[in-house]
Each structure stands twice: as structure tokens, then as C-alpha cells.
Design a protein around this ligand. Structure first.
Ligand SMILES: C[C@H]1O[C@@H](Oc2ccc([N+](=O)[O-])cc2)[C@H](O)[C@@H](O)[C@H]1O
Length: 457
């Protein structure tokens, strides 16, 4: 977390101490309480992410931190003790500084560094962890980190950053997948996939132009990362690659700004996921001609050149990008189901933000979860192989560039308290009731906000 902390230290230096900022919800010192909260809610699975540098302090696999491994062992064991299945993400945006200094995701060595790290992790924890996710949200890593400069490492390379990063990330994912399948899966018998942020982008009208515009938007936002792994053809999305090649030539680049996969690389990457992890939050409409804004030239958004529209009546969260978009889980997953020939899905994140001032009586979050879970039921009804749903998030935490100003938790965290006290919000009670009864009762009102554990679980 060092990279984000130092960047954010600049942003928040007037209000918080660096140490406080970097402790976030402090699961390291509170993991037993966190597992207790999972039990209070009646969860049967929990997704969390490993910190690469907590396990390999220098990023490279020659030196393993015993203390880091011990922490994760304790955390995993605590979940398993109470029948909670851990689902573990290897990379959730905190690259070891040494690797970043060497160029991070755009260094051609990146896929090998990632495989080496993955091997250590599979070896240490794979006896108990059976659900692995290589990367959390390639788009946010590549487009936001190496292109639009809105996430670490804040690299402003709008022309090529996202595209170069995407290829190396996908190659790293595939190397880790084969390491698992060849050397660990035979004895450990788990599964390995990737989590991609998939918001739903539908056409503004039924016109052919808008349908094409929506497809371009989907290709740029998530096809760039999904297509090489889940499509039959392999490689980057075809229409997007053609547009980028054409624009690159017009802009005087000697070759396309989007690298290609060789036939051998395409074959290597294709099919390297036992499941498709989806982080879904919101949606919107896309137009070929309306609602266009100016974009940096050259950039991914200039390449696709489409307009985006969010209906003003959609409820808005505390995050600028997050609206309650009707039935967008269904729209996204049925689309992917058809496009990629019915893969196994897990929804690995879905949730709603409120402001720090908002009360624990979070009816807006309850409305969001009820709508989302109804959309999950529609999705199952449509025959999509959706195996799990994970809310984001169990508790408030440090929300990247937004710091503590956006809260996603079913439990509120008191960040002024050195012990980081956790208190269930009203949404936690409603979520618990839904899990227990398997029914989404729109009228249900908890009669107490006292959380107890159902010992039967
Ligand atoms: C709130 C969680 O969001 C996840 O990341 C994002 C970021 C941006 C979008 N978007 O639609 O613009 C969706 C998801 C992230 O994985 C998690 O850490 C939280 O930040």
C-alpha cells in the first residue's frame, strides 16, 4: 500500500497523519473481529486480497517475509475454522515499489515477476485456499494507472499506457494460471480466474450507430482484458484494434499504439480462467453522436470517440461514478454469457457508497442491494452459471484517491479510533436477513440493531 499512501499523503496531509492514513481499517490487527463480523452476517465465503509486498518485501521471490506469511495463515485459518471459504486475490493495486521503479506493468519482465509471486502464494496457502483470482480489475490498473493518471502509479501515458499494460497483465495472468494448473492444481484441486470490472453500457437508441458505439465502449472498458482470455479467437478485441491501428497511422506512429499478440501468445492466453470474476457497480448509455465530451488526443477515449449518458433520475451514491442502474447485473452477465459461451461467473464486488457524515441508517444502500440481488435472481433465472455473489464491502476502508471520504461498508469503521471500532449499519441486518431467508423482502425492517451470531451456522 506504500505507493497509494505516499500519493495520498500529499492530498490529505492537512487533515490526517500518514500513519493513520495507511492503517486503513487495519485488518492486520483486527482479523479476528473481521471474521466474527462474517459470522454475524452468516457469510459462507469471503474475498480478500493479498499484499504482494507483505509477502515479498522486494517484489522478487528470493526473499519471503515470514511475518507476512504468518499473518495470512492466521487469517485464512480463522475463516476456515468457522466454515467460511476464502476467495483470494493476488493483486489488488499495490505493486512493490522496487518493481514500480523498474517500470511496473510495462516492463517486459512483469509476467515473470507475477508468476514467481503467484508460485510462492500457491505454495504457502494453496492447501487451504481453493479459489484464486490473479488480478483485481485490469482496467483500473492499466487505464487508470498508466493512461488517465487517476490511480497509482499516476502515469500519464494516454496514448499507449493502457494498451501496453493490458498485454503484460494478461500475459502475467496466463503464466500464473499455468503455474497453478500444472504444478499445484493436481494436488490442491482449486480454481483460478481473474476479476474484471464490468459495468453495463447499453446503446442510447436502437440505431445501428449507437449499437456499434456501445460495443466499442464495452471493448475499451473490459473487452481489452476479457477478450484475450475468454474469446475463441484470442487477442485484443478486433474492432477496437482496427480503430487504434488506423488512428495511430494517422497520428504518425510507426506502428499501432496497441501491441499485438502473436498467434503463439494468443493460444497461450486463451482459456486461462476457470471462472470470470465480475466487479459490477453501475451502468449507463452510449451514443455515437450525442453527449460527447473532449478527450485528450491520443487516448483510449479519443480512440473510441463515443458519448456517455446517465439518466438524471437514477439514484446517485457518494462516488461520482456510481449510480443505481436498473437490472444492469442481468444485462452485463447475460451479455457475457452469450459472448463467451457460458463461462462460470462469480460476482466478486458489488456495492454502494455513502458519505462519512451519513448515518448508520443507510436506506440508500439497502435499496441498492435489494435491486442488485433481484437482478442476480433474474440472471440465474436466465441460465447464467453464476456461482457466487460478494458484496463490497464488509466494512469501510481506504478508498484509493478518495481516501476516507467514501464509505462502502455494511459495517461502519471509526477511523479516529486506534482500535478501528466496527459497527453494523442497518444494511448489515437486511443483508443478513436476505442471506438467511434467501428471500428479498422489500418490507423487512430490522427490529433491533443488535448483531448476534447464529450458532447453527
Ligand atoms: C469501490 C471499489 O471499487 C473497485 O474499483 C472500481 C473502480 C471504479 C469503478 N467504476 O465503475 O468506475 C468500479 C470499480 C475496487 O476494486 C475496490 O477496491 C473499491 O475501490
Amino acid at each position: 500500500m506504500n505507493i497509494m499512501c505516499s500519493i495520498l499523503w500529499t492530498k490529505f496531509k492537512d487533515t490526517k497523519s500518514n500513519l493513520t492514513l495507511c492503517n486503513s481499517a487495519d485488518t492486520y490487527n483486527n482479523y479476528k473481529r473481521d471474521v466474527e463480523m462474517m459470522r454475524e452476517l452468516g457469510l459462507d465465503a469471503y474475498r480478500f486480497s493479498l499484499s504482494w509486498s507483505r509477502i515479498l518485501p522486494n517484489g522478487l521471490a528470493n526473499k519471503v517475509s515470514d511475518a507476512g506469511v504468518e499473518f495470512y495463515n492466521n487469517y485464512i485459518d480463522e475463516m476456515i475454522k468457522y466454515g467460511i471459504t476464502p476467495m483470494v486475490t493476488l493483486y489488488h493495486w499495490d505493486l512493490p515499489q522496487k518493481l514500480q521503479d523498474l517500470g511496473g506493468f510495462v516492463n517486459p519482465m512483469f509476467p515473470e515477476w507475477f508468476e514467481d509471486y503467484a508460485r510462492v502464494v500457491f505454495e504457502k496457502f494453496g492447501d487451504r485456499v481453493k479459489h484464486w483470482i490473479t488480478f483485481n480489475e485490469p482496467r483500473e490498473i492499466c487505464f487508470e494507472g498508466y493512461g488517465s493518471a487517476t490511480k497509482a502509479p499516476i502515469l500519464n501515458a494516454t496514448d499507449v499506457g493502457a494498451y501496453y499494460c493490458a498485454k503484460n497483465l494478461v500475459m502475467g495472468h496466463a503464466r500464473a494460471y499455468y503455474a497453478y494448473v500444472n504444478d499445484f492444481k493436481p494436488s490442491q484441486e482449486g480454481v483460478c480466474g481473474i476479476t474484471i470490472s464490468v459495468n453495463w453500457f447499453g446503446p442510447l437508441t436502437d440505431s445501428e450507430e449507437d449499437q456499434l458505439a456501445a460495443e466499442m465502449k464495452r471493448q475499451a472498458e473490459w473487452g481489452l482484458y476479457a477478450e484475450p482470455i475468454f474469446s475463441e479467437e484470442g487477442g485484443f478485441p478486433k474492432e477496437l484494434a482496427e480503430v487504434v491501428a488506423k488512428k495511430s497511422a494517422e497520428q504518425g506512429y510507426p506502428r499501432s499504439r496497441m501491441p499485438e499478440f502473436s498467434d503463439e501468445e494468443k493460444d497461450f492466453v486463451k482459456g486461462t480462467a476457470d471462472f470470470f470474476g465480475v466487479n459490477h457497480y453501475t451502468g449507463g448509455f452510449v451514443s455515437a453522436s450525442e453527449y460527447k465530451t473532449n478527450h485528450i488526443v491520443p487516448s483510449v477515449y479519443d480512440d473510441i470517440d463515443v458519448g456517455s449518458y446517465t439518466p438524471p433520475e437514477w439514484p446517485k451514491s457518494a462516488s461520482s461514478w456510481l449510480y443505481l442502474s436498473p437490472n444492469s447485473i442481468y444485462n452485463a452477465l447475460t451479455h457475457l454469457h452469450k459472448k463467451y459461451n457460458g463461462p462460470v461467473f462469480y460476482i466478486t464486488e458489488n456495492g454502494w457508497s455513502s458519505s462519512p457524515e451519513a448515518d448508520i441508517l443507510d436506506d440508500d444502500r439497502i435499496r441498492y442491494y435489494r435491486a442488485a440481488l433481484n437482478s442476480v435472481l433474474d440472471t440465474l433465472e436466465a441460465g447464467v452459471d453464476l456461482r457466487g455473489y460478494m458484496a463490497w464491502s464488509l466494512m469501510d476502508n481506504f478508498e484509493w484517491m478518495e481516501g476516507y471520504t467514501e464509505r462502502f461498508g455494511l459495517y461502519r469503521v471509526n477511523f479516529s479510533d486506534p482500535g478501528r471500532e466496527r459497527t453494523p449499519r442497518k444494511s448489515a441486518f437486511v443483508y443478513k436477513q436476505i442471506i438467511k431467508s434467501r428471500v428479498i423482502d422489500e418490507e423487512y425492517e430490522p427490529d433491533t440493531l443488535d448483531m448476534t451470531i447464529d450458532e447453527g451456522k
